[in-house]
Design a protein. Structure first.
Length: 459
């Protein structure tokens, strides 16, 4: 086969899905990853990237759809770039997610002999997000837009009318704020010129408490008709218990971790996860699917196998959700978290829940663990829920130096978990059980929980 070139058009039969959600086709054995294609599709695609080992392409025409294709539920499908799997039947989504988890652990991690647990299906599969972040932008005719960036294009937005990943209430709040912004006559922030006011809108909802936080992110400057805006929001949406404004003059498009002022209500909302009440600030991290977070944490606690008297470490502990759930089953839990603000909240959440056998330490995991190792601490369990990039090699080394009997790894990225799993395996920790939890229906993303047991001499 001749070497493919960028912009070449091809007819392709898609046979499977790759990690990350793209379709996989082969041309004379050469692998092509196809955006917007599902197994069983015959598509016309244009090559967007050509390498020696593989090529990438984008679907431009669906010549013959797979018999497994279903109609998308969202009017924005195919434009905004999110929920790319909603044309794939949900049962098939779960099957491919489990296959990808297994493939990552065996191919990248080189692991074998572990048990695969039942994949936990999401319920509900729509309207499940408790947090959503929108960006402001400007249409060609000058109209202010509020929605999501086009895939790979920070300059253009898809103006959203109804995103079915979050509630009808928060959709109504978003649309109301867009009307206010448009009526103000003030332009949206323009990253190229550094002018304009409106930057982002972040909405958070306590699914079990009914509390809503609205965080309007702007450049510095006065809010037009601020008093009327605030009173209007309170009157129309009494569910809003926290109305805040964050400000940023930075060129970078960031919506969290910014200084904020309270316009109305409190500086936080609360949510309940598996009976634990959590105070959540504008910059807090919380799993974005409340109902499935409860099942994710239940699985993690099940894998932990805690017994009375056990001591546990919770790494990347955030505002303390996992640590507080662990606390009732062991003698003490130590949370480690790099964000000082999150540690402060974790202490507040412990007091709020009257939990006294926790401590939370602020700092980088590898630095804090080095000190704990030096002081001779050796917990029975280490549980870690790192960011998408996974834990660093040094952090995994520090965990193994603690010599816990069990390690429970919660991951939102099976490929980086697999790389960490290989290092653990080489250091004497065997993966014995892994299970997927679907937190994000209609997307390729999957959460994975794995249990590693320390090998004894002669094992």
């Amino acid at each position: 086969m001749e070497e493919l070139r960028k912009a070449t058009e091809l007819e392709l039969d898609v046979t499977s899905l790759a990690f990350g959600g793209r379709g996989v086709a082969r041309l004379d054995g050469f692998v092509i990853f196809v955006e917007g294609a599902l197994p069983g599709d015959k598509v016309r695609a244009i090559v967007t990237k050509a390498k020696r080992a593989y090529a990438e392409a984008r679907t431009v025409e669906l010549i013959k759809p797979s018999i497994g294709r279903i109609a998308p539920a969202c009017d924005h499908f195919g434009v905004c770039g999110g929920c790319t799997w909603q044309t794939l039947a949900y049962e098939q989504q779960l099957r491919f997610k489990e296959m990808q988890m297994r493939d990552c652990l065996t191919r990248i991690g080189g692991l074998e002999g572990f048990e695969i647990d039942t994949t936990l299906a999401a319920d509900p599969v729509w309207r499940y997000r408790n947090k959503v972040e929108f960006s402001f932008g400007t249409a060609d005719d000058g109209t202010v837009q509020l929605g999501f960036h086009l895939p790979g294009d920070w300059r253009h937005l898809v103006d959203i009318a109804d995103c079915q990943l979050h509630s009808q209430l928060t959709n109504e709040i978003r649309n109301h704020i867009r009307d206010y912004v448009r009526a103000s006559g003030v332009p949206a922030w323009d990253q190229r010129s550094g002018t304009g006011l409106w930057r982002h809108l972040v909405l958070r909802e306590g699914v079990h408490t009914g509390e809503v936080m609205v965080n309007l992110v702007t450049a510095p400057g006065d809010l037009p008709h601020q008093k009327e805006f605030v009173s209007g929001m309170q009157e129309r949406f009494p569910q809003i218990t926290s109305l805040v404004r964050s400000t940023s003059a930075a060129a970078a498009s960031v919506a969290s971790g910014l200084p904020f002022e309270v316009l109305a209500g409190a500086d936080h909302i609360t949510e309940q996860i598996a009976g634990v009440t959590l105070k959540i600030s504008p910059s807090s991290f919380l799993q974005t699917n409340t109902s499935m977070a409860e099942r994710l944490y239940a699985r993690a606690l099940e894998y932990a196998g805690l017994q009375a008297g056990d001591e546990a470490f919770d790494l990347y502990s955030g505002l303390g959700s996992i640590a507080l759930l662990l606390a009732g089953s062991c003698s003490r839990v130590t949370g480690v978290e790099i964000s000082v603000d999150a540690v402060t909240l974790a202490h507040e959440n412990a007091r709020l829940n009257r939990v006294e056998n926790t401590r939370f330490l602020a700092g980088k995991a590898r630095a804090v663990l080095k000190e704990l190792v030096a002081s001779g601490e050796s917990p029975d369990l280490v549980i870690l829920d790192p960011p998408r990039a996974g834990a660093s090699k040094k952090e995994i080394e520090r965990i193994m130096e603690l010599k816990p009997q069990r390690i429970v790894y919660v991951s939102c990225n099976a490929s980086t978990m697999a790389a960490n799993a290989l290092q653990l395996d080489q250091g004497g920790y065997r993966l014995v059980l892994a299970g997927a939890v679907d937190m994000f229906p209609h997307t390729p993303h999957i959460e994975v929980v794995g249990r590693f047991d320390r090998l004894t001499a002669g094992s």
